[in-house]
Design a binder for this molecule. Structure first.
Ligand SMILES: *Cc1c(COP(=O)(O)O)cnc(C)c1O
Length: 372
């Protein structure tokens, strides 16, 4: 083993090179057009992508913005969420779900995940609802849809809005239907490392509500629908034309890339047999796009070192749950408040997962993990 290890190539958790080599000519040709038209901010390439993305998610409207965090911020503002309000957020998510709430001046209220799906635990939501609760921001974690019907039932009962944080889930399906149209609005990130990532920073919001759509369009553009007339205090959260053009091209490949990830995940799920590893439970109704392939193991340090010795370089998503982040120390959460999220943070490891992994690389990961 030691001999071959020296000659083995590195397998990173994520490598964006392969994808961008594949589409370079097409993207550069599109950028020539953006450049020729100086359509750098908003404009026809962003509008074209918005139409295509709405169609892809089977929603009526999509609004392009400059990243996923501002998408969440605008969704909160459009729902009138602000100071004094509370929004339920799962404790195990990328921190930006909570930023969306905080940037609007409201308070995120963190709820634990289940021990097996690692998605928001619907049995623990109601105890956190108060007279100030306005919405639930559900997260399709690692590309896997959360229990949307379960969360929706709680929203209906308590008259709360549902916002989907679909930043990790472009193309994931819940009971056969694309995520993005279940809640009041869904927020997407097109950060380069996401399954659909711009060549640059970008984000988007989908909705079936025309009033929300119009309000989002105004807020992202300085609170303006007629140039130099400002109806309310707005933001500059527009998407750039170069990003929009790159997204239109990448959207055509997304289903193929997602399917390749699904195939790799299927192999991990069926061929990794060691009892030392636990994987995210995949309920029947969830069709994940495997943005990340996260496992848990008791001795994380030892496992990571062992894999590094085999030239495999996993990552951690995420090492600290939101409720214990320093940024939220003022909310006074303690260790033990969200035990499943805390266990996940302390034991998670993200195995290599991207569409360009070769079958041989997948073999190597599976073999190494099984021999651990
Ligand atoms: C990436 C991500 C975001 C934020 O998106 P940015 O484009 O990086 O601002 C929000 N929520 C989740 C769950 C994410 O993974």
């Amino acid at each position: 083993m030691a001999e071959s290890t020296l000659t083995q190539s590195r397998i990173p958790c994520l490598d964006l090179q392969g994808q961008h080599k594949q589409i370079k000519e097409e993207v550069f040709a599109a950028w020539e057009k953006v450049y020729a038209q100086t359509a750098f901010s908003g404009g026809p390439y962003v509008e074209a992508f918005e139409k295509e993305f709405a169609q892809y998610t089977q929603t009526q409207f999509a609004v392009g913005v400059n990243n996923g965090t501002t998408a969440l911020h605008l969704a909160m503002l459009v729902l009138g969420i602000g100071p004094g309000d509370e929004v339920i957020v799962p404790a195990d998510t990328f921190i930006a779900t909570a930023w969306g709430v905080s940037h609007a001046g409201a308070t995120p209220v963190f709820v634990d995940c289940t021990a097996d799906t690692w998605e928001i635990d619907i049995t623990k939501i109601e105890e956190k609802i108060t007279s100030r609760t306005k919405a639930i921001a559900g997260v399709h974690l690692y590309g896997q849809p959360f229990d949307i019907d379960g969360v929706m039932a709680i929203c209906k009962k308590h008259n709360l809005y549902l916002i989907e944080d679909a930043a990790q889930a472009q193309g994931a399906r819940y009971k056969g239907k694309e995520v993005g149209g279940f809640g009041e609005m869904a927020c997407f990130s097109f950060y380069p490392g996401k399954n659909l990532g711009a060549c640059g920073e970008a984000g988007g919001i989908t909705t079936n509500n025309e009033a929300h759509f119009k309000h989002l369009c105004s807020l992202r553009n300085h609170g303006s629908t007629v140039r130099y007339y400002h109806d309310e205090i707005g933001y500059n959260y527009r998407m750039g034309g170069l990003e929009g053009a790159s997204l239109s091209i990448k959207l055509k490949y997304l289903e193929g890339w997602n399917n390749r990830r699904r195939a790799i995940a299927k192999r991990y799920l069926s061929e990794i047999k060691t009892p030392k590893i636990k994987m995210q439970h995949q309920p029947d109704w969830a069709d994940s796009i495997f943005h990340l392939f996260v496992i848990t193991t008791e001795d994380r340090e030892g496992f990571m070192q062992y894999l590094n010795g085999h030239q495999i370089f996993p990552a951690l998503h995420y090492p600290v749950p939101c409720h214990l982040q320093k940024a939220y120390a003022h909310l006074n959460y303690k260790p033990g408040d969200c035990p499943n999220a805390e266990y996940l943070a302390a034991h998670c490891v993200s195995l290599p997962m991207f569409a360009e992994l070769t079958d041989e690389q997948v073999d190597r990961v599976i073999q190494a993990v099984n021999l651990y």
